[in-house]
Design a binder for this molecule. Structure first.
Ligand SMILES: [Zn+2]
Length: 196
């Protein structure tokens, strides 16, 4: 089965911004991890057109058009959460915006050679090495979902062929697709080195 990372296609659409009302997870005093946004996301857009899919890594926002189609098709692995929209109502042009909250987590395939580097005793968060080749999901795990994140590197959102087709056929704008075996680690330079 084929999987694709989904990300922003063009920066010509409206970008998402946090507003001061946004809440964040507390940082762990031991490992410093944390700081993730806590739903409901409190957001606004700049004054350009709002696309069907907006990427605000690691979060994704979608219009109600996307939500309706995904729900109708019974897409597995995602839930739609309300957002607290703080911008100019006119910019929405009658659309409603939802937080596309990916709930499914799938382990990376052993071929990625991802190693556990740190396991925080205080908060339980794990830190993993980068990967070899692409970021590939374990097939057994992944086939239970249509949308998922990788447990070891959860900043990336993956979809299957079915969801890719749905997005293309419905002209949902602003997504591009990168095959899992082509996904490179853009943060590799800041990860701790592995001692062999
Ligand atoms: Zn910690």
């Amino acid at each position: 089965m084929r999987f694709y990372e989904i990300r922003e296609k063009s920066e010509s659409f409206a970008q998402v911004y946090s507003t001061p009302e946004m809440k964040f997870m507390e940082r762990c005093t031991a490992c410093g991890r944390g700081g993730e946004r806590v739903p409901p996301l409190s957001i606004k857009f700049d004054r350009r057109n709002i696309p069907d899919l907006s990427f605000y890594p690691p979060d994704i926002l979608v219009t109600d058009r996307v939500k309706a189609m995904f729900e109708q098709q019974g897409i597995r692995g995602v839930e739609f959460l309300e957002v607290s929209y703080q911008g100019d109502p006119q910019l929405l042009q009658g659309k409603r915006i939802w937080h596309f909250n990916v709930v499914a987590k799938v382990k990376a395939s052993p071929e990625c050679n991802i190693m556990l580097l740190k396991n925080c005793e205080v908060c339980g968060r794990k830190e993993y090495s980068t990967w070899d080749g692409g970021l590939i999901a374990s097939q057994e795990d992944a086939k239970r979902y249509d949308v998922f994140r990788i447990e070891e590197h959860w900043g990336y959102v993956f979809i299957n062929e079915r969801v890719k087709k749905l997005i293309i056929e419905n002209d949902f704008v602003n997504a591009k697709f990168i095959e899992d075996k082509e996904v490179k680690d853009t943060l590799a330079w800041m990860r701790p080195k592995v001692d062999y």
